[in-house]
Design a protein around this ligand. Structure first.
Ligand SMILES: C[S@@+](CC[C@H](N)C(=O)[O-])C[C@H]1O[C@@H](n2cnc3c(N)ncnc32)[C@H](O)[C@@H]1O
Length: 315
């Protein structure tokens, strides 16, 4: 079974690790995950490129060739360079040992070059060879060029909009697959719809404010996306529940967006109508939290500033 590695940014580490796990298990429920600080090792039928294309917080990723006991390299290691013209060697030091990284990269590069007769290219190598050091195991891996994620354009913005990273991670945490449909019943400028469509997931947005619906539609149009936007209050989702597989949404906070009633009331009513068999990721202001009857929940708390901590709830 192929093993891949993902070095994650430490900004939202718990979310980032759970996102990789969710994406790996989306297509192979027997995937095995090992976490070493911000390094995640995945054993899965899901390829590292598939996981990388969807994940939000990956800094470096690739395939693992083998674990290393020292700095010893043999010809078997460099077999992956056989059909390549150029490579570069990168050291990722997640251990507490101090290394002179440029020196190590350069001497490993020389050694690999001698074995393989492949040239070093720092700017645009065909293949990047990684040596990853942790306090326990060390890994030898590689990556080839992966097409960058398609970032949707956003022409209409609003102060209450949610940043794309938190939106994307919520979609991934509930394991929505390509071709499935997500509903955002408080869609605002359409961030959820944009992120979903950029990953091949269909989307339906609802918002009671006609102006927000227009903004969401313009954002979709700019990208040639086809998600639906309905001018409706959130209970409208009940009428279309057979059309979607999951809900991803960011509820009103009562600061810069218009609301039909107090955010706490909206939250309470919303919780009471969530369809049972749907995957759900909801974000709301932590202090509005209510005791809900929902079961099987995981919560994350995200501190923004002293008057705003957000809760992400996953069902
Ligand atoms: C926090 S904003 C959502 C922001 C959105 N995620 C974005 O990135 O633009 C909440 C949205 O809920 C909408 N809203 C407020 N009350 C609503 C209701 N009763 N039914 C549907 N939408 C409502 C507001 O118009 C606002 O656009």
């Amino acid at each position: 079974m192929p093993e891949s590695f993902f070095v994650l940014s430490k900004d939202y580490l718990e979310l980032a690790v759970d996102e990789i796990t969710a994406i790996a298990k989306m297509y192979d429920r027997f995937s095995k995950i090992k976490v070493i600080s911000n390094l995640v090792i995945v054993q899965s039928k899901t390829s590292w490129t598939e996981i990388t294309k969807r994940a939000t917080f990956v800094k470096i990723s690739g395939q693992i060739l083998r674990k290393m006991s020292g700095l010893f390299l043999d010809e078997e290691h460099v077999g992956i360079l056989k059909n390549e013209k150029t490579f570069v060697c990168r050291v990722v030091n997640l251990s507490s040992n101090q290394f002179n990284i440029p020196e190590l990269e350069s001497s490993m590069g020389d050694m690999i070059s001698k074995f393989s007769h492949v040239k070093v290219n720092f700017e645009n190598p065909d293949i990047t060879v990684y040596l990853i050091f942790t306090n326990g195991e060390n890994f030898f891996g590689f990556s080839k060029r992966v097409k960058n994620q398609i970032r949707p354009k956003k022409v209409k913005k609003h102060p209450h909009e949610l940043d794309w990273k938190l939106t994307r991670v919520m979609i991934n945490l509930i394991g929505l697959k390509k071709g499935e449909t997500v509903c955002d019943p408080f869609c605002g400028t359409g961030t959820t719809l944009l992120e979903a469509e950029s990953m091949g997931i269909r989307a339906i947005g609802l918002d009671f404010d006609e102006k927000m619906c227009e903004m969401a539609k313009e954002n979709l149009k700019e990208n040639g996306y086809r998600s639906e936007v309905l001018n409706s209050e959130f209970p409208g989702l009940l009428k279309i529940s057979e059309k979607f597989d999951g809900i991803v949404t960011d509820l009103p906070y009562g600061v810069s967006s218009k609301t039909t009633e107090k955010p706490q009331e909206i939250l309470k009513k919303f919780f009471s109508i969530i369809p049972k068999r749907k995957k759900v990721a909801i974000m709301y202001k932590k202090e509005l939290d209510i005791n809900s009857k929902l079961t099987g929940l995981k919560k994350y708390h995200i501190y923004r500033h002293k008057s705003l901590t957000r809760t992400i709830l996953i069902k």
